[in-house]
Design a protein around this ligand. Structure first.
Ligand SMILES: Cc1cc2nc3c(=O)[nH]c(=O)nc-3n(C[C@H](O)[C@H](O)[C@H](O)COP(=O)(O)OP(=O)(O)OC[C@H]3O[C@@H](n4cnc5c(N)ncnc54)[C@H](O)[C@@H]3O)c2cc1C
Length: 135
């Protein structure tokens, strides 16, 4: 998101002013920090002086943010059957439970696991090293 402040001046939003995550899985501050680095990289790659830059910055930041937002929003809905199945599996297998919790610092990977029933079904097999059954 950006705002035109005058003919040749723009403001680019960051942090909660850019995208607001529910605090349910505690991602907002870390995402703000991460997208600040993405914005810095975009400043180094492009002249930061026009609307084209603002659109490029937004697109690069959204690439980083989208899985985090989707992961967060998933916790605001009743869990679908494949997510419930993963919790049942984790309750019976300590390695799966530990890995799921350890990976909370990587919401992009977490969302990849939960985003489709196929990924969710394959993931415990990957954790166990059962590559023959992993997707
Ligand atoms: C209960 C809760 C738990 C959370 N837990 C986590 C967590 O575990 N991990 C995590 O990563 N994130 C967590 N977050 C999210 C995190 O707190 C926010 O994403 C983060 O603080 C956003 O940083 P920010 O700098 O964008 O905005 P803010 O931290 O809101 O900073 C904005 C600042 O601007 C100031 N300001 C506002 N208007 C003006 C004005 N007109 N002029 C001057 N100053 C102004 C405000 O006073 C404020 O100091 C949690 C949030 C909540 C509510």
């Amino acid at each position: 998101m950006s705002a035109r402040l005058g003919d040749d001046r723009f403001a680019v939003a960051l942090g909660d002013a850019w995208v607001l995550n529910d605090p349910v899985v505690g991602q907002g501050a870390n995402l703000g920090s991460r997208t600040a680095f993405v914005l810095a990289d975009t400043i180094l790659a492009l002249p930061p002086d026009d609307e084209t830059f603002c659109r490029a910055a937004h697109a690069a930041m959204w690439d980083a943010a989208r899985p985090v937002v989707d992961w967060t929003n998933a916790f605001l809905q009743p869990p679908p059957p494949h997510a419930r199945e993963l919790l049942y599996t984790a309750a019976r297998d300590q390695r799966v439970a530990n890995t799921f919790i350890d990976d909370f610092n990587d919401p992009t990977a977490q969302w990849d696991v939960l985003s489709t029933p196929q990924h969710t079904a394959a993931w415990p097999h990957r954790v166990r090293g059962d590559t023959g059954r992993a997707a």
